[in-house]
Design a protein around this ligand. Structure first.
Ligand code: SF4
Length: 105
């Protein structure tokens, strides 16, 4: 059976114990809400991220995995895209890659 395996460019994992644990996940995905709620959730989520002890790891994961939704490491997609553009210019962008593998599942 074939599967896809993520190949990590370096040791980065999605945060497991960030400051967002215990809060509604939807706050980090304000694009799911109506416009009024969107702005409020966005600001609350960013404020919680600001104090998070795994903020850097969270951001690196989202950039490397090319997360297209939500707030990660305190940055929205648009803000992450700026970082990605800069890293492309600098030649420092590292992305996860997917490779097809065959294994006994
Ligand atoms: S930086 Fe924000 S989204 Fe990432 S783990 Fe911390 S609180 Fe959660």
């Amino acid at each position: 059976m074939s599967a896809i395996r993520w190949v990590l460019p370096y040791e980065v994992h999605p945060p497991q114990d960030g400051a967002c644990i215990g809060y509604p996940t939807d706050w980090w995905f304000p694009e799911r809400h109506a416009k009024g709620e969107r702005a409020r959730d966005f600001l609350v989520a960013k404020e919680i991220c600001r104090e998070c002890h795994v903020k850097s790891e969270c951001l690196e994961y989202a950039i490397s995995a090319q997360e297209m939704h939500g707030i990660w490491g305190g940055l929205s997609l648009e803000e992450r895209e700026k970082v990605i553009r800069q890293r492309k210019k600098d030649g420092t962008l590292k992305l996860f890659t997917k490779i097809p593998i065959t294994e006994n599942l």
